[in-house]
Write a protein that binds this ligand. Structure first.
Ligand code: GLC
Ligand code: CA
Length: 581
């Protein structure tokens, strides 16, 4: 009897402890997974809203539009960089990480934005650009003075070859060599982007300490996370051999992307900063594969919450990224479905069609002809927001904003497009006639024209002259018109976001692709417990046949972009709907 009682007690104890552990783990999961349920809205501050008429968007402008974002229903705002910067690459070249760019306002404006956003239940995620700084950053100004001083080793300096030429053949992302000779120091420094963006030397523990201190400083202010710019490039190999020729220069990626210590450094960052706060983190990791993503953003790898992968927006041709080819739908589906499958249960996806570096989603993946623009924008939104992962909306996407009708190379503002035109066209590698449709299709400037608020002069973005021209279609496509029209793209996004809040299957359900071979339809299922979703999206500009799977007969239609979804076994051009069973 005695033994049985003791055994019973011991067992009960074990069970209770297991239950406590389970609850602890569950609540830990709940605490840290708000970013799975969230929808993120990306703001490119320079082009969002100008409050003082200087033609440049600013923090007060953002504050003035928080109610608009609240109305849309998003949870998180990711702001492209707002730190002090000489703007060689629009803020991605930072000269002081603890100051606000003068054109955008002051630190008081920032604090006000953070408070006002928090009051409204909106979170603020900062862009963290720490692969490189501006050459005007104090660290670089000191570093170039010579090897001796304490900043001497903050950047990647090398002697030239015997003949004085650059240490190797690597090309920079924005054209030209990745090395620049510095007269003052008498050595070359590495810049994977523009020559005003020298790469930091992450192998120097002092650099890492500075970066982590700075991050802690922002976290203590109360920000809600970081989007980490080209974070997969922070660790470089020690020896830096010539790369395989790609056009005029060699490819640095095998030596600089997903480098030897990148995971070690991110785990250190997690220990020193991220783990101490309740944050959302997303790493920009071009060239990442799903298995690498499971390291960067694995459930238990203690690095980041998620990464941006770029396979679905990468179409490379004769002129590198510059081409006007549309990815076949079967390929697009294969890529996105592979990411869904391979991250399931191991890591978390981020979902996006566009951002400040990509052309406009509706122009690239949908159809920006006025006849189809609204329908195809809604279809794309359905397709993306019903997948597993955290959806990102880029400013203006919720209005179906389109690419810009460039007239000539003098219309470019972006350093990348300007240099690419120089390198490919002016050098005579390719004719203007051939290159023009390529560069205009994918130029980053497409995404950077001012936000279209209303049909007044300059689309209500500014009372002055905008730093970049407004897309002439602002008289039809603008927020004011969208808010007046119950059938607008805006309200469609609003509904998608509210569905996400209501049906856990949209956030957590398992994904299964159907009709993989169709070049016209993107159809998939999601399943969680006894709930199932069918997501049907037509990428065709004409009517197509579609037979509703039997197990969805009689299901409830949650959202659709035509009044009678799937009528008569047919789909209308760009039709999309979601059925819940
Ligand atoms: C990232 C940014 C891009 C920037 C580059 C260099 O790709 O998104 O806008 O030019 O990094 O910082
Ligand atoms: Ca301004």
């Amino acid at each position: 009897m005695e033994i049985e009682r003791e055994l019973y007690q011991a067992l009960t104890e074990i069970l209770m402890r297991a239950k406590d552990k389970f609850i602890e783990r569950k609540s830990e999961e709940m605490k840290t997974s708000w970013w799975k349920e969230a929808v993120v809205y990306q703001i490119y501050p320079r082009s969002f809203m100008d409050s003082n008429g200087d033609g440049i968007g600013d923090l007060q402008g953002i504050i003035s539009r928080l109610d608009y974002l609240k109305k849309l229903g998003i949870d998180v705002i990711w702001m492209s960089p707002v730190y002090q910067s000489p703007n060689d690459d629009n803020g991605y070249d930072i000269s002081d990480y603890r100051a606000i760019m003068e054109e955008f306002g002051t630190m008081e404006d920032f604090d006000e934005l953070l408070d006002r956003a928090h009051e409204k239940g909106l979170k603020i995620v900062m862009d963290l650009v720490v692969n490189h700084t501006s050459d005007e950053h104090r660290w670089f100004v000191e570093s170039r003075k010579g090897k001796g001083n304490s900043y001497g080793d903050y950047y990647i300096w090398r002697d030239g070859k015997e003949d004085g030429s650059a240490p190797n053949n690597w090309g920079a992302c924005f054209g030209g060599s990745a090395w620049k000779f510095d007269e003052e120091r008498g050595q070359y420094y590495l810049h994977l982007f523009s020559e005003k963006q020298p790469d930091l030397n992450w192998d120097n523990p002092a650099v890492r300490r500075e970066v982590f201190d700075m991050m802690n400083w922002w976290c203590r202010k109360g920000i809600d996370g970081f989007r980490m710019d080209v974070i997969s490039m922070i660790s470089k190999t020690k020896d830096m051999p010539d790369g395989k020729l790609k056009g005029l220069y060699g490819d640095y990626s095998p030596y600089c992307v997903h480098g030897p210590k990148v995971h070690e450094y991110l785990q250190e960052m997690n220990r020193e900063v991220l783990s101490k706060y309740d944050l959302m983190t997303v790493g920009e990791t071009a060239g990442v594969t799903p298995s690498q993503a499971c390291l960067y953003a694995g459930n238990d790898t203690h690095e980041l919450n998620m990464v941006f992968q770029f396979e679905h927006v990468d179409v490379h041709g004769k002129y590198g990224k510059w081409n006007s080819v549309r990815m076949p739908l079967t390929k697009l589906k294969e890529i996105l479905s592979r990411w869904q499958r391979e991250l399931a249960g191991k890591a978390w996806n981020s979902l996006f069609w566009d951002n400040h570096d990509q052309p406009r989603a509706v122009s690239r993946f949908g159809n920006d002809d006025p006849k189809w623009r609204v329908l195809s924008a809604k279809m794309l939104a359905t397709c993306l927001h019903m997948m597993q992962g955290t959806p990102y909306i880029y400013q203006g996407e919720e209005l179906g904003m389109t690419n810009y009708p460039f007239h000539g190379p003098e219309d470019f503002h972006d350093i990348e497009s300007i240099h690419a035109y120089e390198e490919w066209c002016r050098s005579g590698i390719v004719s203007h006639e051939e290159f023009w449709p390529c560069i205009t299709k994918v130029s980053r400037d497409n995404a950077r024209t001012p936000m279209q608020w209303d049909d007044s002069e300059q689309a209500g973005f500014t009372k002055g002259t905008p730093w970049m021209p407004v897309n002439p279609n602002y008289r039809e496509i603008n927020a004011q018109a969208a808010l007046k029209d119950p059938d607008s793209v805006f309200y469609y996004y609003q509904k998608l976001i509210s569905l996400r809040k209501r049906y856990p299957v949209i956030v957590h359900g398992e994904y299964k692709l159907l009709l993989a071979d169709s070049e016209e339809l993107f159809v998939y299922e999601r399943a969680l417990g006894n709930k199932k979703l069918l997501v049907v999206c037509s990428f065709a500009d004409k009517e197509t046949r579609f037979e509703m799977p039997e197990d969805f007969a009689g299901g409830e239609c949650l959202i659709s972009n035509y009044p009678e979804p799937g009528k008569d076994g047919k789909l209308q051009p760009y039709e999309a709907f979601v059925i819940l069973m």
